[in-house]
Design a protein around this ligand. Structure first.
Ligand code: ZN
Length: 146
C-alpha cells in the first residue's frame, strides 16, 4: 500500500506506536503529532518524527524541524512520495536532550523497505530546544552500515 504524504494515515490511538516504545499511539507519539502535547525530550521528539515519517504526517515533520535547516515543503513531499515504508526504529544512545537541556543528540537506526529491498538509515541527529520546544536541527548519516 502506498502512503501519500498529502493524505496521512489516520492514527488509531489503540494501535501500537510505530516508534517502537511498545506503547500505543494514543499515549506515545499521536498527541505530539497532533500538537496536543510537546515532546519533553529530544528522544521523544525524534520518535515522533519517525512516526510522522512512517504515517506520512508532513505537517509534523515540518513543524518539528528547526527553521534554519528546514527544507522546502515541496522538496520534502517529493522525498516522502517515493515508494518506501518505515518498518522499525532503534534508538542507540542519547546525549543530553532532557527536560532541562537546550541541546540534545540522538543516535538511531531507522529500518525501511522499498522497491529493491530493505534499507537502513543510521544517523546521529542534533536537536535544540527554544522556548520549551524541541526541534530537529540536523543529522549526520553514519556510513558503518550498522
Ligand atoms: Zn511513539
Amino acid at each position: 500500500m502506498s502512503r501519500s504524504p498529502v493524505d496521512p494515515v489516520p492514527l488509531a490511538d489503540d494501535a501500537r506506536c510505530p516508534c517502537g516504545t511498545g506503547e500505543v499511539l494514543g499515549s506515545c507519539c499521536a498527541p505530539v503529532l497532533r500538537g496536543q502535547r510537546r515532546a519533553a525530550t529530544a528522544e521523544a521528539l525524534m520518535r515522533s518524527r519517525y512516526t510522522a515519517f512512517a504515517v506520512g504526517d508532513i505537517d509534523h515533520v515540518m513543524a518539528s524541524w528547526h527553521p534554519s535547516t528546514r527544507p522546502l515543503r515541496s522538496a520534502l513531499e517529493e522525498s516522502l512520495g517515493e515508494e518506501s515504508r518505515w518498518l522499525r526504529l532503534e534508538v542507540h544512545r542519547t546525549e543530553q536532550g532532557g527536560p532541562f537541556d537546550d541541546d540534545g543528540v540522538v543516535e538511531f537506526t531507522a529500518h525501511g523497505k522499498r522497491e529493491g529491498g530493505r534499507f537502513r538509515l543510521h544517523e546521529v541527529s542534533r536537536f535544540t530546544r527554544e522556548d520549551g520546544v524541541w526541534r530537529y536541527l540536523d543529522g549526520t548519516v553514519q556510513r558503518d552500515g550498522r
